[in-house]
Design a protein around this ligand. Structure first.
Ligand code: SDX
Length: 427
């Protein structure tokens, strides 16, 4: 017997189908509600709204579980590479040896930027935010590839995905080099994805950056942990834009724009700035906790809280362990890690945070890890964007495969009712 929910409105009963996901999640299907009753549902911030059915990522926020295509994040973090994970997200299965080698070779082939696009970097001022450069350059790619504006077969999907996944890393590195007034480093065909990024960032003429395998591994880990997170703000943005059948480059560019915000991917920068302020000024971390609890302050403790996780964000735990390891390898004692752990400890004992189930999220420790690798703070959110790119692509692909309708929420109008036009002299 299919499960049915009953809703009574104005004395009339409406039967609404109940859907159950493969992990037992339940949803009341209201797709015909307005047509049948004239009512819509209202859900500010979409906290209770399923915008799609998806087979890509599963999160159980109460248990702190995250899985990509059924694989636990802890296992992927231990055994996979970013590129293998990217394939998994887009195509649904781990790649065979042949597929992995082919994809890796394609990414290497696609790493360079078309020389016609390089002059765009001259137009950006040195202080241009790298997120703005990345979103702009993704649209430049749309200009460059008219043959991929409509993706109608597997070969086009593979090429479009490879171009974006490979080139976001080159664009990010070039944005950094531009900000430092340094010459661009062409990608090196002998390096793998993360090693090549580090080379493009840090090699200088006559001084080749030595890619330390543990650092390369830590960067892979960072990317894997950021690769997808179901219907977060930026991925939902990609799906909304893509639902208008907007091309892949532009849809991903929209995702970059959404990610930039401090409540989303931009939080990793804010966390490190806060920790640095504490280290520099000797302020007590408790001061920040108290400010976050005071609603009139408008201040939120960056890197804490999550719409879905009401238990530990599993990514934060993995990142914390990795930070400690990388700091040992590079031989740096970063005081901000000590402050972060102190802050976590204080927050987790505080009734305000306990009652609201606010735990460290992915952004709390990621900045400290990136800094240990040598990545400057203004690149942190771009690093998140590089990691999230396969997730955006896989969601865009799934949306198109599902052939769904254009995304178009309703609203409850609360403005003025009809009134006559007032001439300028009477206003
Ligand atoms: C990411 O969605 C995703 O999956 C995102 C992400 C991904 O991988 O894509 O995981 C990446 O964006 C991580 C989050 C990064 N942002 C921050 O760290 C910014 C600080 N955190 C928040 O502002 C906040 O927690 C959000 C934006 C992350 C979530 O906002 P919600 O879902 O609207 O928060 P909520 O409704 O669960 O809040 C419940 C209560 C509220 O208080 P009351 O009104 O009940 O009294 O907790 C309070 C909130 O004001 N609260 C905080 C807080 N976060 C929530 N209070 C102080 N500091 C905080 N950080």
């Amino acid at each position: 017997m299919p499960e049915i929910a009953r809703l009574i409105l104005d004395g009339k009963t409406y039967e609404l189908p109940v859907l159950t996901g493969t992990e037992g999640e339940k949803a009341v299907d209201i797709r015909r509600l307005r047509e049948e009753s004239g009512y819509i549902t209202l859900d500010d911030g979409y906290g209770n709204t399923g915008s799609c059915q998806s087979a890509i990522t599963f999160i159980d926020g109460d248990q702190g579980i995250l899985r990509y295509r059924g694989y636990d994040i802890q296992e992927l973090a231990e055994h996979s590479t970013f590129i293998e994970t990217a394939w998994l997200l887009i195509y649904g299965e781990l790649p065979t040896v042949e597929q992995a080698e082919g994809f890796s070779a394609l990414l290497t082939e696609q790493a360079m930027l078309h020389t016609d696009t390089l002059h765009h970097f001259e137009g950006f001022p040195e202080h241009a935010p790298p997120m703005a450069i990345l979103s702009a350059m993704l649209n430049v790619m749309a200009c460059q590839h008219p043959e991929l504006l409509k993706i109608e077969n597997e070969a086009q999907l593979l090429m479009g995905s490879a171009k974006i996944i490979s080139k976001v890393r080159t664009i990010a590195a070039f944005a950094y080099r531009k900000s430092k007034g340094l010459p661009f480093n062409d990608p090196h065909p002998d390096y793998k994805y993360c090693g090549n990024f580090l080379h493009m960032m840090f090699s200088i003429p006559y001084h080749h950056y030595e890619v330390h395998p543990d650092i390369e591994r830590a960067l892979n880990l960072f990317m894997i942990l950021h690769a997808d997170h179901e219907q977060n703000c930026s991925t939902s943005t990609v799906r909304i834009v893509g639902s208008a059948r907007t091309n892949l480059f532009t849809s991903v560019s929209a995702g970059v724009c959404a990610l930039w915000g401090p409540l989303h991917g931009g939080a990793n920068v804010e966390v490190v700035q806060m920790l640095d302020e504490i280290v520099k000024t000797g302020k007590n971390p408790r001061e920040f906790i108290e400010r976050a609890k005071d609603k009139s302050s408008g201040f939120k403790l960056s890197g804490f809280g999550h719409r879905v996780y009401k238990n530990f964000d599993p990514r934060a735990r993995i990142l914390k362990a990795s930070v400690e390891k990388v700091l040992k390898i590079v031989g740096i004692r970063d005081k901000s890690l000590e402050v972060a752990m102190q802050m976590e400890d204080l927050a987790l004992k505080d009734p305000y945070f306990i009652e609201r189930k606010l735990y460290p999220n992915v952004d709390f420790y990621s900045g400290i890890l990136l800094r240990a690798i040598g990545i400057p703070a203004d690149m942190f959110t771009v690093m998140f964007a590089i990691g999230r790119t396969p997730g955006w692509i896989s969601n865009w692909k799934e949306l198109l495969d599902q052939g769904g309708r254009i995304n178009r929420p309703r609203q409850i109008y609360t403005g003025k009712t009809l009134r006559p036009y007032v001439g300028r002299e009477d206003r």
